[in-house]
Ligand binder design. Structure first.
Ligand code: HEC
Length: 127
């Protein structure tokens, strides 16, 4: 019985960070989104300095037709770039590297947790 108790504690400790990495926390993500909110709406399809991010998952890069994208971002989409979890995480961690020549003035998010939380938030804003 003592052994089993230890194993259960170990399991609880080990599974927590994995779960939070995979799923992300939408509430924390809302706080992370403050870094984006000067330039992006996530709750309504209206552009600011950047294109709106409603239903961003599964959306082709550079495809909001009311927004004037850079050639770099348009070419990305024409070349098959679609915003899924992986591409968005790569873009947000190093925007200038992932889409060279794109016009987003943002240095990038360093924390993988912040990105996962932000993605959970953006999903919660999508239909
Ligand atoms: C200083 C303004 C600014 C900030 C801050 C900013 N962005 Fe952007 N973002 C832009 C602009 C401008 C573009 C369009 C880039 C282009 O056309 O090259 C863009 C493009 C994007 C795209 C591609 C959208 C599409 O339709 O292809 C995504 C996704 C994105 N931003 C997410 C974010 C997120 C998430 C954050 C916060 C972590 C953020 N941005 C912070 C200005 C900004």
């Amino acid at each position: 019985m003592v052994m089993m108790g230890k194993a259960l504690v170990w399991l609880a400790v080990m599974s927590f960070p994995a779960a939070s990495l995979a799923a992300g926390d939408a509430e924390r993500g809302a706080a992370v989104f403050k870094k984006c909110a000067a330039c992006h709406n996530a709750d309504k399809p209206e552009n600011k300095i950047g294109p709106h991010l409603v239903n961003i998952f599964g959306r082709k890069a550079g495809s909001v037709d009311t927004f004037q994208y850079s050639d770099a971002m348009k070419k990305g989409g024409e070349g098959g770039l679609v915003w899924d979890e992986k591409n968005l995480a790569d873009y947000l961690s190093a925007p200038k590297k992932f889409v060279p020549g794109n016009r987003m003035s943002f240095t990038g998010l360093k924390s993988a947790d912040d990105i996962a939380d932000l993605e959970a938030y953006l999903k919660s804003m999508s239909q």
